[in-house]
Ligand binder design. Structure first.
Ligand SMILES: [Zn+2]
Length: 82
């Protein structure tokens, strides 16, 4: 009685690429790191969330598009969306 071979080579998969490409593949698979929201005009990090186009339905505000606006710029009379 002979043992069955435990391992066998699977055809169809190409050989691993260069080490650099392996690193790139790994980095691409990683989730994007969280970054803090910062105003591109004044550099402020304080924001207000606003809603544009909200519908009043049965006495309740529904829908609308959210937008982040820089507080620092808003105080200067400028509307900078982030
Ligand atoms: Zn700003």
């Amino acid at each position: 009685m002979t043992d069955k071979p435990r391992f066998h080579v699977v055809d169809g998969t190409k050989a691993p690429d260069t080490p650099a490409e392996e690193v790139r593949k790994r980095v691409r698979a990683m989730p994007k790191p969280a970054t803090m929201v910062q105003c591109h005009r004044c550099g402020g990090r304080e924001v207000i969330e606003t809603k544009i186009g909200v519908l009043m339905k049965n006495g309740k505000p529904t829908g609308g598009t959210k937008a982040l606006i820089c507080v620092g710029c808003l105080l200067k009379g400028e509307r900078v969306t982030l």
